[in-house]
Design a protein around this ligand. Structure first.
Ligand code: FES
Ligand code: FES
Length: 157
């Protein structure tokens, strides 16, 4: 067993875990944050994507002990304050960019990092950045529309 201490959404979490415990399971079962979804559990679907020190990573491909000392941001940490939505979350709502919502946490974390690096993307760039996140409901057009809308609102702000 190993002691792991990391920060999730600004709050420190510490637990003694087995070395094989995945970061996704640490987030869901130790930190009790169920917004990070697990789909394939082998790095294909992107549903489990979280930000690790600002970089999007698949939490099912990282052991919790590998994230020791890191600052993690999950879907629960994207909004600026309780009861509010981030600009990207609001754009998803306004563009009807989700149905079942299973893929949505991973897409939002991935696109949050993407827009931070590329705040004025083309549609092709958005589609390319989305290529590692699978959605089986929306057909992607509304997701692309939402990211483009968020970029437009960011520019206006
Ligand atoms: S659950 Fe991690 S990539 Fe699918
Ligand atoms: S909204 Fe259902 S999988 Fe994407």
């Amino acid at each position: 067993m190993n002691r792991v201490t990391l920060t999730i959404n600004g709050r420190r979490h510490s637990a003694t875990v087995e070395p094989r415990l995945l970061l996704s399971d640490f987030i869901r079962h130790e930190a009790m944050l169920a917004g990070t979804h697990v789909g394939c559990e082998h790095g294909v679907c992107g549903a489990c994507t979280v930000l690790v020190d600002g970089q999007p990573m698949r939490s099912c491909l990282i052991f919790a002990i590998q994230a020791e000392g890191s600052a993690i941001t999950t879907i629960e940490g994207l909004a600026p304050a309780p009861g509010q939505l981030s600009l990207l979350q609001q754009a998803f709502k306004d563009s009807h960019a989700l149905q079942c919502g299973y893929c949505t946490p991973g897409i939002l974390t991935t696109m949050t990092a993407f827009l931070a690096e590329n705040p004025a993307p083309t549609e092709d760039e958005v589609r390319d950045a989305l290529s590692g996140n699978l959605c089986r409901c929306t057909g992607y057009q509304h997701i692309v529309d939402a990211v483009m809308l968020a970029a437009k609102r960011m520019a206006e702000a």
